[in-house]
Design a protein around this ligand. Structure first.
Ligand code: PLP
Length: 374
């Protein structure tokens, strides 16, 4: 059997990782400024993470959601403390798309409505509702195209208010920082007005923090820079550092009913041991502080590089926009300078390194980037 060919692959086989570095099968070392697509939060193969998962799999890898799971309770407690959302409840799932899927279902159960507002360039995943609120017609199959979504320009509060006043919008879904859309940050005032407008119109505000959360922006959630408290927050990627996990943080105004949501694998013992280790390391190693200082250094250095048209971002979620397509620069970075980076569209390179990126590694990246741009 061959693989279903949907990915455009680099001709590199990564077989080992440690911290912010990875190695291919020939032993070549790479600096990882991509974090496997914003997934690696505490660094590859962190010793605490490795020992937690190893011990857990040797003890109990899985049991179903029909019995008490104290590991889930512990993750919920720690996530509440570290994020400042102790009064919210937590529902576990396996991926980002599923987290958004369940957030949208909860909204619709809650207010009985079916229309959703999403924003231009939004990406929320590839399952049925998640893809329907994603602004990319190429990945919406006809079966997913059910007319639930109205897309509006980011930061246009008047346009949002006009739609909300019609009274049929179940939820507004917005990324803390747009990732796939090219690292676009919603204005703080826009988010504050959005929260107010949602409240006034009985609409649920869902913050998709799947890429921008778990410390990547320098606060635990990117929306916390605007001082808002959404009704639902979705999390995935960095929470498991590579182990598949998604989470839905749900405000106290929602009342659960038996059987309303469910999953086989979500919140299993192994996934919880991974998430617990991630949260422990973020807290014990002061990774938010590291994100802020290394992120600031990178932003300043990048702003001084004349070939880059615009730098956008917060913490260790950074977009470098060029006047021309970045395909060749990215290839040179990978094959000549041995640096992994991400991409958004044709002209933006996305940096999403592990939150543990050291100042020395950041300096090394800047040196290699400058060489690649010569
Ligand atoms: C903002 C955002 N939402 C949702 C998703 C979907 O997550 P997953 O691929 O885990 O389903 C992604 C993935 O890139 C994302 O960046």
């Amino acid at each position: 059997m061959k693989l279903y060919d949907v990915y455009s692959l680099f001709d590199v086989n990564i077989v080992k990782g440690k911290g912010c570095k990875v190695w291919d099968e020939k032993g070549t070392e790479y600096l990882d400024l991509y974090g496997g697509h914003a997934v690696i939060s505490i660094g590859h193969c962190h010793p605490h993470y490795v020992s937690s998962i190893s011990q857990q799999v040797a003890t109990l890898g899985f049991y179903s959601n029909s019995v008490i799971n104290r590991l889930q309770e512990k993750v919920a407690e720690t996530l509440g403390e570290i994020s400042g959302y102790e009064d919210y409840s937590l529902f576990f799932i396996n991926s980002g798309a599923e987290a958004n899927e369940n957030a949208l279902k909860l909204s619709s159960f809650h207010n009985g409505r079916t229309r959703v507002i999403a924003f231009n360039k939004a990406f929320h995943g590839r399952t049925s509702l998640a893809v329907e609120v994603t602004d990319n017609p190429k990945i919406i199959a006809p079966i997913n195209n059910c007319g639930h979504t109205t897309y509006l320009p980011l930061n246009d509060i008047d346009a949002v208010r006009k739609e909300l006043e019609k009274g049929d919008v179940t939820a507004v879904i917005i990324e803390g920082i747009q990732g796939v859309g090219g690292i676009r940050i919603p204005d703080a005032t826009f988010l504050q007005q959005l929260q107010q407008a949602c409240k006034e119109n009985g609409t649920v505000l869902i913050l998709d923090e799947i890429q921008s959360g778990c410390g990547r922006s320098g606060k635990f959630f990117a929306h916390q820079w605007a001082g808002i408290r959404p009704d639902i927050i979705t999390v995935a990627k960095g929470i498991g550092n590579g182990f598949p996990m998604g989470c839905v943080l749900i405000s106290p105004q929602f009342t659960p009913t038996a059987g309303q949501l469910g999953t086989t694998f979500g919140g299993n013992h192994l996934a919880c041991s991974a998430a617990q280790a991630v949260l422990d390391v973020i807290r014990n190693e002061n990774l938010l502080q590291n994100v802020n200082s290394v992120g600031e250094y990178l932003m300043n250095e990048l702003k001084a590089i004349p070939q880059i048209k615009e730098i956008r971002g917060k913490g260790l979620m950074i977009g470098m926009e060029f006047d021309e397509p970045i395909k060749d620069i990215r290839r040179r970075l990978l094959f000549e300078e041995h640096v992994f980076t991400g991409v958004s569209g044709t002209n933006v390179i996305r940096l999403l390194p592990p939150l543990s990126l050291t100042m020395n590694e950041a300096k090394e990246f800047i040196t290699r980037l400058k060489r690649a741009l010569q």
